[in-house]
Write a protein that binds this ligand. Structure first.
Ligand SMILES: Nc1ncnc2c1ncn2[C@@H]1O[C@H](COP(=O)(O)OP(=O)(O)OP(=O)(O)O)[C@@H](O)[C@H]1O
Ligand SMILES: [Mg+2]
Length: 277
């Protein structure tokens, strides 16, 4: 008995150390922004837009960045996407420095960016076609993601025939179809009316629960940020700096009612104070 127990203990110890070494990469951030600065030349001076930005987003985490208009949010997301370069500092995905755009990062832009001359299906397939994925696989993925975003019936419609919320769902499907490691979203629901926006928040949260893709999303809507994420970063006005990092300790599965709970309201108060200070 004793022998059995001690060999079990040993096995348990081995399992734990294996687990620990297994788990270490998972503890490493999926996306990291390190000591990042960005300035633009304006009238022979340098306009400092981002200052000393450090972020660590864990695998499968949903993080939001909130800040006032003009504080540098889109600039930061464009740098993370590899569409712009920092003045100094680094962006890393899985510990590897980002040097340009890549299919590991999917982007949903601030304004609707569907190709108007392509149908919904063709828009979703766009990146897959660029990557020369076999047509059969393209069709499978497109019909899967059409289903996921609830737009199967609109497969052959053109963007001008869609509402704003539907267009954003296509943009999200297009980004997800490429199976990115990290999904970057720049105020994806910013242009929607209040009711559609809440529907999209619930829709996207359910979608994220299914895919568990790592998300970095920008918004200036504090409630939206808290409702969706596990971590909220609050940015100061220009030059944008991270003023506060708030872990959101709300239940994993959320519905819109949670916005009325005392816990939610307390977090909202904390974030709003940080934005105002
Ligand atoms: N290419 C550029 N050249 C010069 N200045 C720029 C450039 N791009 C952005 N800026 C400036 O950088 C600042 C931050 O812009 P950015 O678009 O990142 O703000 P934002 O936080 O996304 O704002 P919003 O919430 O309105 O979208 C602004 O003052 C803007 O004028
Ligand atoms: Mg912006």
């Amino acid at each position: 008995m004793l022998n059995t127990r001690s060999s079990n203990d040993l096995r348990e110890h081995e399992t734990q150390s294996m687990y620990r070494s297994d788990v270490r990469p998972v503890d490493h951030p999926k996306l990291e922004v390190r000591d990042l600065y960005k300035s633009f030349p304006v009238e022979s001076k340098q306009l400092m837009v981002l200052q000393d930005i450090n972020l660590q987003i864990r695998p499968r985490e949903f993080a939001c960045l909130v800040g006032a208009s003009g504080c540098g949010k889109s600039t930061l997301l464009n740098i993370v996407a590899g569409l712009a370069t920092p003045t100094s500092g680094q962006v890393l995905v899985d510990g590897k420095a980002v040097t340009g755009p890549g299919s590991d990062r999917g982007m949903v832009f601030q304004n609707y960016t569907l190709y108007p001359w392509l149908t919904v299906s063709q828009n979703i397939a766009f990146g897959l076609d660029l990557r020369k994925l076999p047509k059969v696989e393209q069709r499978q993925r497109v019909s899967y993601f059409l289903e996921v975003v609830g737009l199967t019936q609109f497969a052959n419609a053109y963007p001008k025939q869609l509402s704003g919320g539907m267009k954003q769902r296509v943009a999200i499907a297009r980004a997800l179809a490429n199976e990115p490691e990290v999904l970057l979203m720049d105020e994806p629901f910013g242009a929607l009316d209040a009711q559609t926006k809440e529907q999209m928040q619930q829709f996207f949260l359910n979608l994220w629960e299914q895919t568990h893709v790592t998300v970095l999303m920008i918004t200036h809507d504090v409630e939206e940020a808290i409702f969706l994420s596990q971590r909220v970063y609050v940015m100061s006005t220009r030059p944008g700096q991270i003023k506060l990092e708030v872990p959101i300790e709300l239940p994993g599965h959320r519905d819109l009612e949670i916005k009325l709970s005392p816990e939610f309201v307390e977090i909202k108060r904390q974030v709003l104070h940080a934005l105002r200070d």
